[in-house]
Ligand binder design. Structure first.
Ligand code: GLC
Ligand code: CA
Length: 549
């Protein structure tokens, strides 16, 4: 059987609200995306993952869907969407949709109907009586993934509904076969439109096995042991595969919060999905509670990624997405080695085994925005965290620090197309979220395109090399164990062998003996060297892709 496209392809994630505004209202939209398809294709990527464009009150900026069969007017119409699929196809690009079905919006008609106690939709959600003696306490002690109680009281019926995210995101009840049927209808609807697959939002939490109290006291995700990767979850995903995905060529990507190796392995080998995002590597610069910052050590990242590389049959590799802060800010150097570290991270992400994901702006080295006031965040999660910290009387400076660290606005500032007004994102007066003023002048597509040594140019070469060299996109992964900041691994198939060497630190580092074996040709260098000049040291953030033998 031919290798499926998703194994060779690099996937580019578009956050529609912030990609390109075509009509000057300050909000990115589908016609804007269409106008930039040539740019996207020029990167060499073959698949676009589109964050949600469905009808939504936008409490969680589209991850709260009120109609799965409509496009939000901010983004355009269903005709625009169809045109996007067609225009993408002309350029050899496939579209992957975001499937958000753990919850709907509270403005979805299913939920509105479900508020009546005898409605056929009541059982689409988790409606429960409060705890005794008087039902004025939530049915259990669970807390939301965004902090605070996971239940909201409804006066009308004197019952509560479950929401693992904001209270405007009620959880669907996957014990109800009707809900699964609805999901299958949505899948068919978009597959019939020519969509290539789905990135499935928080898909490892959809099945609540029991509603018993959770352990511990955490203000975030208490109760998770009752719904993370339960048997029913595996069963449902396998059913979707049998009923739908097995019937055509497509890709299923799971967003699997805190997935472990055992479940990850099972997701893949049991045909529940084609790949999934692990979260472990994203915790390397966070305290165990995930509240505070922790110093980044490349060694740790290396250990985690090597483990995943060797434990599951296929990986979905990423350093950024719309929920994460910018990778250069976290793992590289925004100032002195901006360019070098941007390229070094790219080389790391794109030469691992698995499918690489590149998030809009990552390819031009976008970095975090300035720190703001927690109240001003446009991210519902950051605001909820601030609220709970306020409730516990934490001082302002601390709230500001914590919220900044997890503020998803960092990844959501407009794509920077040029150095002009609104960074070329919009010709309107205002943009829905402020353009990131930090280093705007050096960080934009126009500037990057004019420079052969830019981060963008490096991405383009790297994506091409990855696609053209079999061992890099589907060869075996062989780690070379090194101490210190140097990352070294081999990719190998029957015909060829490559070595990735990266110094992920600000200090010059000696290349360990074990990592110097028989490199003959230099394929790519983050310092833009043209030939190999011996291998003794790597300069700060120097990265090399070498051919062996
Ligand atoms: C996923 C999305 C995130 C959203 C959450 C709830 O983690 O990536 O943006 O807030 O699910 O849908
Ligand atoms: Ca617009």
């Amino acid at each position: 059987m031919a290798t499926p496209l998703w194994k060779n392809a690099t996937i580019y994630q578009i956050y529609p609200r912030s990609f390109c505004d075509s009509n000057g209202d300050g909000i990115g939209d589908i016609p804007g995306i269409i106008s930039k398809l040539d740019y996207v294709a020029s990167l060499g990527v073959k698949i676009i993952w589109l964050s949600p464009v469905y009808q939504s009150p936008l409490d969680d900026l589209g991850y709260d869907i009120s109609d799965y069969y409509k496009i939000h007017p901010d983004y355009g119409t269903m005709e625009d969407f169809d045109r996007l699929v067609k225009e993408a196809d002309k350029r050899g690009l496939k579209i992957v949709m975001d499937l958000v079905v753990n919850h709907t919006s509270d403005e979805h008609h299913w939920f509105k109907e479900s508020k009546k106690i005898d409605s056929p939709f009541r059982d689409y959600y988790y409606w429960r009586k409060g705890k005794e003696p008087n039902g004025k306490r939530p049915p259990n002690n669970w807390t939301s993934m965004f902090t605070g109680p996971a239940w909201e009281y409804d006066k009308e019926t004197d019952e509560w509904y479950l929401h693992l995210y904001s209270k405007k995101q009620p959880d669907l009840n996957f014990h109800n076969p009707k809900v699964i049927e609805e999901v299958e209808n949505i899948l068919r609807f978009y597959l019939d439109k020519g969509v290539y697959g789905f990135r499935c939002d928080v898909i490892n939490q959809i099945f609540k096995e029991s509603l018993e109290d959770g352990k511990g006291k955490s203000q975030q995700a208490r109760g998770i042991e009752h719904y993370l990767m339960k048997e029913g979850n595996h069963r449902i995903l396998r059913k979707l595969y049998d009923d739908i995905f097995s019937k055509q060529e497509c890709v299923v990507i799971g967003e699997t919060y805190n997935v472990d190796i055992e479940n990850g392995y099972r997701f893949l080998t049991n045909h529940e999905m084609d790949m999934f995002f692990q979260f472990e590597a994203m915790a390397v610069d966070q305290s165990p509670s995930r509240v505070f910052a922790r110093r980044f050590h490349p060694e740790e990242m290396k250990d985690i990624l090597y483990k995943w590389q060797q434990s599951v049959p296929w990986n979905a590799n990423y350093l950024e997405n719309h929920d994460q802060r910018r990778s250069i800010t976290r793992f590289g150097d925004e100032k002195t080695y901006w360019k070098e570290s941007g390229k070094a991270l790219a080389l790391f992400n794109l030469t691992l085994s698995g499918t690489p994901f590149v998030y809009q702006g990552e390819e031009i080295g976008m970095i975090d925005k300035p720190i703001g006031e927690p109240e001003d965040s446009l991210d519902v999660a950051a605001r909820m965290v601030n609220k709970i910290m306020k409730k516990f009387h934490l001082p302002h400076f601390m709230r500001k620090k914590v919220c900044n660290r997890l503020d998803r606005d960092h990844a959501r500032t407009p794509m920077q197309w040029n150095g002009g007004p609104n960074a070329g994102f919009s010709n309107g007066k205002d943009t829905w979220i402020k353009v990131n003023p930090r280093f705007l002048e050096r960080t934009n597509v126009e500037k990057e395109e004019a420079d052969e040594t830019s981060i963008l140019s490096f991405y383009r070469r790297l994506i091409k090399e990855r696609e053209n060299r079999g061992a890099i996109h589907d060869g075996k992964f062989i780690p070379i164990r090194t101490k210190g900041p140097i990352i070294a691994f081999i990719r190998e198939n029957e015909n060829e062998k490559y070595l990735t060497l990266i110094n992920l630190s600000k200090k010059k580092a000696k290349i360990p003996e074990s990592a110097c074996m028989g490199a003959s040709d230099l394929v790519l260098s983050t310092y833009e060297e043209k030939e190999l000049k011996g291998l003794a040291y790597l300069r700060p953030y120097e990265g090399l892709l070498l051919k062996i033998g």
